[in-house]
Design a binder for this molecule. Structure first.
Ligand code: KG4
Ligand code: ZN
Length: 343
């Protein structure tokens, strides 16, 4: 079987052709990074318009590289939740139109389950049941993942996502968007103990939640004090940028690692899977590796190219196909998180 997977939940327009044996015949990710850079974050309206322009060329090129045409496909899968409404709509409408015109079965993909499925693909073997940590620009969540398609929420951020905090702190420090890679680069030269930024909930053994908003505010007060400030006009010494970046990153890594280990302990699971853009962070990866080794936990972190949004992780559609979970043309988008759970 060959399936086309489509991903347009945020600001990457992506497509891939994958077999039912999880072989990737082609994969394209058209990033919109340059469009959003001057706004220091994703502008939903711009993202949706860019998806409209790119989706059909990306699909055509993906099929071309796989050496197949639409008539060779056994199914089309599309991420329909969660994400930005306008962005999701473009992928879902494209998938539905192609399925209708070519009489191809339609499969829905939950983007968060797909981020964890990236670990399954890299491991080339079953990784479930496991605790799943999804850390991206839009999400910071912990799940008990009973199977690839059965996620039970354990905790999550009560305000900003971890990636969002990286992006906002980068803007304050005058570092380019996306903030994750630029903060971790700046942090290489810094002292991660120079500033003691807050680690909300970390010591609370009854909570598996995160909060990154106060951390962001603490960074702001450290570099600019209180009140209105134009960060683009701030002149921060290079050594302070490096120290703040390293100390901020250490606080995020402490919180993510601490809660992931607590979730493992409380759920009695011995496998941790980590996905999403922030999972590309070297300090987080190293810290998770050492903590999991010490605790006897098997760790699967998505490989770098499958951390940020891509359509390869849409291979989770094979699991849905095998479970007989097909959609009809009434398939809708679901921008929020609410529906994740047993399918
Ligand atoms: O998963 P993703 O591509 O998109 C969403 O679903 O949100 O994640 C993008 C996020 C951005 O906030 C970006 O700053 C962050 O992932 N990110 C990183 C790193 N690389 C990307 N955060 C920390 N360290 C990194 N190396
Ligand atoms: Zn994502």
């Amino acid at each position: 079987m060959k399936i086309l997977t489509i991903e347009s939940t945020c600001d990457e327009t992506a497509a891939a052709v994958i077999t039912d044996k999880f072989e990737v015949l082609s994969s394209i990710v058209a990033s919109q990074e340059e469009l959003h850079q001057k706004f220091n974050g994703v502008v939903p309206e711009i993202a949706a318009r860019a998806h409209v322009e790119r989706i059909l060329p990306v699909i055509a090129e993906t099929l071309d590289r796989a050496g197949i045409s639409l008539s060779d496909l056994d199914a089309i899968a599309v991420a329909n939740e969660p994400g930005l409404a306008g962005s999701l709509l473009v992928g879902v409408v494209a998938a539905k139109a192609l399925c209708l015109a070519h009489e191809i079965p339609l499969v829905a993909v939950n983007h968060l389950q797909a981020h964890i499925f990236a670990c399954r693909l890299a491991a080339e073997k079953n990784v479930f049941p496991c605790v799943g940590l999804i850390v991206s620009g839009g999400h910071s969540n912990l799940y008990k993942c009973n199977t690839a398609l059965d996620f039970v929420p354990l905790g999550g951020t009560i305000d900003d996502a971890a990636g969002e905090a990286f992006d906002k702190v980068a803007t304050m420090l005058g570092l380019p968007y996306p903030g994750g890679p630029s903060i971790s680069k700046a942090a290489l030269e810094g002292d991660d103990k120079a500033y003691q930024f807050p680690r909300p909930f970390l010591r609370d053994k009854n909570s598996l939640d995160f909060s990154f908003s106060g951390l962001k505010t603490a960074v702001r007060y450290e570099i600019a004090g209180q009140g209105q400030v134009d960060f683009s006009k701030l002149e921060i010494p290079q050594s302070k940028i490096a120290d703040v970046a390293a100390s901020f990153q250490a606080a995020v890594v402490d919180c993510l690692t601490g809660k992931a280990m607590l979730a493992l302990k409380q759920s009695g699971m011995d496998t941790l899977c980590v996905g999403g853009g922030v999972a590309a962070n070297h300090v987080l990866r190293e810290r998770l590796q050492s903590e999991c080794l010490a605790a006897g936990v098997t760790l699967h972190i998505a490989p770098f190219k499958l951390c940020t949004d891509n359509a390869v992780m849409g291979a989770i559609a094979i699991e849905r196909l095998n479970a007989g979970l097909l959609e009809d043309l009434s398939l809708d988008i679901s921008p929020g998180l609410m529906r994740i759970g047993k399918s």
